[in-house]
Design a protein around this ligand. Sequence first.
Ligand code: AMP
Ligand code: TRP
Length: 332
Amino acid sequence: METNDTRRRVFSGVQPTGNVHLGNYLGAFRNWVALQERYETIYCIVDLHGMTVPYDPDDYRRVRLETAKVLLAIGVDPDRSLFYLQSQVPQHAELAWILGTITPTGALNRMTQYKDKLASGAPANLGLYSYPVLMAADILLFRAELVPVGEDQKQHLELTRDLAERFNHRFGETFPVPDPLIPETAARVMSLTDPTSKMSKSDPSEKSRILLLDSDEAILKKVKAAVTDSEPTVRYDTEAKPGISNLLEIMAACTGRSIDDLVAEYHDAGYGRFKEAVAEAIIETIAPIRTAYRRLDDREVARILAKGALDARSRAEALQAEVRAATGIDAF
Ligand code: AMP
Ligand code: TRP
């Protein structure tokens, strides 16, 4: 990592989960890799956030490693990005506490993700409630200016901006106010079994999503079984033909070709042939990731994460000292 880097700083985080799918890749992680070319990038596996819903510790250990390996396989490059596990850098939690002291509970009560999680059965606990404060701490800890996130995280980023401003106002200019970075080409990948809802890791149906580690056969099978409609022309119409439109979008995102171009080629090809072409495009995109994943050695990955945490801690310590001084809790 360069230390006197003048590029704009990007921070993003992902919760450790199994089931990393095509939607995650095309909608988010592919962009993380691309951002490494132009920005100073910091990518964090936010395992403290992941603890806010019930989990099994042994399973979690495995999933944290798997998430790290998937990101490395995709192309997150530890020589160009600061890459580490949130839990290994205690400054995240300290800053979250401090920001918590200036967070109005009314703002947390309005968080739609919190309400959605409760509605879907998550137990109401303080960690889940203050999740957005920890997310603000992640971003501000490195004075990041740009935060690549999906639509669903915009409300959390608004709170981050608000907390940066409140802190600066109360304790003196300390944090830049970060902006969301919504990628121009972000794909919104829909479920293969219900093309009106997003492809999701939590859908009970395995057939609803393509996993990044799926075999070629599994990909072909899932695409062939994808829900479509009975009017047999391939054209883009998200209202009347959500299934076909989703497959067109996926193929466009995988090949870099335009939807119009694909429609021109497959309009009368029949769904069978079109689906085979979509599956092939997905396989070409995903197979290299699977290969890279298999080549990774777990001990080497552990070493990369340890080195990342060491770098992250030493960078976070500088800000920690400043924040402690500004807030009057420095050592005598
Ligand atoms: P999640 O799997 O919900 O933790 O999301 C991780 C990242 O992937 C976030 O940046 C999401 O916005 C993105 N993401 C999740 N599902 C999709 C999808 N179906 N299409 C596009 N992006 C997605
Ligand atoms: N809440 C984000 C999500 O669910 C994950 C996250 C935690 C994050 N901290 C962050 C994203 C900081 C961007 C920046 O997707």
